[in-house]
Design a protein around this ligand. Structure first.
Ligand code: FAD
Length: 392
C-alpha cells in the first residue's frame, strides 16, 4: 500500500468516520460519484471488526426480507467491482458456494422450508439428499440427514478487500487519515484529534463504536458489541471445498439472546488454513479468551468434519460484531441530525453487505433513487412515539 496522507484537508464534500470495510466501500462509492472524500480512523485500516472476523459473502443465512434484498444486491456489486475496479485475486474473492447441512430429519425439514422461502425471493438453493453430500464435501461426517447447496455464497479476505477499496478510492482523489480520532460532529463538519475538516456531510461508519460517534452529533443509536471467536488450523491440503455450516447457524444468527450460542461454521482459505466459527454472545467488550468457548467450537467442527480431529489449531482471535436490536443495519441520513448519515450495525454480515450499503449511502448523499428499499434501515426507527430510545 502506498503511504497515507498525513495532512488533513481543510474541507471535503463528505467525511467518513471509520476505515473498516463499510467506510472503505462508502469511500469508493462516494469517490466514484465525483465527491471529495476524506476517511478518518483513530486506528489503522481494518483495525476494528473488519480485521477480526471471516469474509463470507452469504445469501444462504438470510430469510426473505430487507437484509436478503441488500445481500443479493451486494453480491452483484462485489462481482461488478472485481470486473471493473478490484482484482479478484488480490482480495481473494472466491465464488466457492455454501453448503448447509442438517444433522436430524427435524433440522432438515426446517432447512428445506427455509430454502423454499429463499428460492421464492431469488436465491439459488438446491436441496441435496443425504447420499449426495459426500460428492460435494468428501470429508463430511457420515449420517447427516441432508443439506442445501447455495452456489451464490462467496468469500473474500476482508482486510485485503478493505485496503484495496480504499486504495481505489484514493486513486480517485479520496484521502485516508489513520491514527486520527473524530471528537466532535456538527453541521459544518468534524473536529478531530488533529484539527477540523469542514464538510456538509459526515458518514458514521464506526462499526461497533457507532453509538459513540452518533452521540458526538447529539443522537442516540442502540449499537452494541456481540462477541465472536474464530479458531484457525495449521495450513492443510485442500480438504474443504465450500463454506460449510450446520442448519442451526441460521437460528443462532437470528437470535437476540445475550447468552453464548455456538454452531459449526467451517471453511478453507487460500493459504490452506481452515477457519472454524462461530460463537455469538453479548458480553460487552470483554476481551478474555474463555477456553470453554474455543473447545466447543473445535468439538462442533470435528463433529462436522471428523478429519479435523487430528489437526492442530494454531491460533484463535475474536471480534465484536456491531449489533442492532432488530438485526438490521442502520443506513441513511439521520432526520435528527441531517448532516449525519449512518452506515453501521451490520452485525455478522458487514463484509457481505458493504457494497450495497455504500450504494444506499451514495444515493442518500446525491439524492438519487436507491437500488433497494432503504426504509427498513432508517436510522430513527428505534425511537418510539415519545421520542425515547428503547433500552437495549
Ligand atoms: C468472529 C466474526 C466473524 C465474522 N464473519 C463475517 C463474515 O463471514 N461475513 C461478514 O459479512 N461479516 C462477518 N463478520 C462481521 C463483520 O466483520 C462486521 O460486520 C464488519 O467488519 C463491520 O465493519 P465496519 O466497517 O462497520 O466496522 P469496523 O471494521 O469495526 O470499522 C469501524 C472503524 O471505526 C473506527 N472508529 C470508531 N470510532 C472512531 C472515532 N471516534 N474516530 C475515528 N475512527 C473511529 C474504528 O477504529 C474502526 O476501524 C464477522 C464478525 C466477527 C466478529
Amino acid at each position: 500500500m502506498d503511504a497515507m496522507t498525513d495532512r488533513l484537508p481543510a474541507s471535503a464534500d463528505v467525511v467518513i468516520v471509520g476505515a473498516g470495510v463499510i467506510g472503505a466501500a462508502c469511500a469508493l462509492g462516494a469517490a466514484e460519484a465525483g465527491l471529495r472524500v476524506a476517511v478518518v480512523d483513530r486506528g489503522p485500516i481494518a483495525g476494528g471488526t473488519s480485521g477480526a472476523g471471516e469474509g463470507n459473502l452469504l445469501v444462504s443465512d438470510k430469510g426473505p426480507g430487507p437484509e436478503l434484498a441488500l445481500a443479493l444486491h451486494s453480491r452483484e456489486r462485489w462481482l461488478a467491482m472485481v470486473e471493473s475496479t478490484l482484482d479478484a485475486e488480490a482480495i481473494e474473492l472466491e465464488t466457492k458456494g455454501g453448503l448447509v447441512v442438517a444433522a436430524t430429519p427435524g433440522d432438515l425439514g426446517a432447512l428445506r422450508a427455509f430454502s423454499r422461502g429463499q428460492r421464492a425471493s431469488g436465491v439459488a438453493a438446491r436441496d441435496l439428499p443425504a447420499d449426495a453430500l459426500a460428492e460435494y464435501e468428501p470429508h463430511l461426517a457420515k449420517g447427516l440427514s441432508g443439506g442445501v447447496s447455495y452456489p451464490q455464497d462467496m468469500q473474500v479476505q476482508p482486510m485485503l478487500a478493505t485496503a484495496h477499496m480504499l486504495r481505489a478510492a484514493r486513486r480517485l482523489g479520496a484521502t485516508v487519515h489513520t491514527g486520527v480520532s473524530v471528537t466532535g460532529i456538527d453541521a459544518s463538519g468534524v473536529r478531530t484529534s488533529r484539527g477540523r475538516i469542514a464538510s456538509p456531510a459526515v458518514v458514521n461508519a464506526a462499526g461497533t463504536w457507532a453509538g459513540d460517534v452518533a452521540r458526538l452529533a447529539g443522537v442516540d443509536l442502540p449499537i452494541e458489541p456481540r462477541r465472536g471467536f474464530i479458531l484457525v488450523t495449521e495450513p492443510l491440503p485442500a480438504l474443504i471445498r465450500h463454506k460449510v455450516y450446520a442448519a442451526s447457524y441460521v437460528s443462532a444468527v437470528a437470535s437476540g439472546e445475550g447468552d453464548l450460542q455456538t454452531s459449526p461454521v467451517v471453511e478453507g482459505t487460500r493459504s490452506g488454513t481452515v477457519l472454524i466459527g462461530s460463537s455469538r454472545e453479548r458480553v460487552g467488550f470483554d476481551r478474555s479468551y474463555p477456553l470453554a468457548v474455543l473447545r466447543r467450537l473445535a468439538a462442533e467442527a470435528v463433529a462436522l468434519f471428523p478429519v479435523l480431529a487430528s489437526v492442530h489449531a494454531i491460533r484463535s482471535y475474536r471480534g465484536f460484531r456491531p449489533y442492532a436490536p432488530d438485526h438490521l443495519p442502520v443506513i441513511g441520513r439521520d432526520p435528527r441530525a441531517p448532516h449525519l448519515l449512518h452506515a453501521c450495525g451490520h452485525e455478522g454480515a458487514g463484509i457481505g453487505l458493504a457494497p450495497g450499503t455504500a450504494d444506499l449511502v451514495v444515493a442518500a448523499l446525491a439524492g438519487t433513487a436507491a437500488p433497494v428499499d432503504p426504509a427498513p434501515f432508517r436510522p430513527d426507527r428505534f425511537v418510539d412515539a415519545h421520542g425515547e430510545m428503547p433500552h437495549v
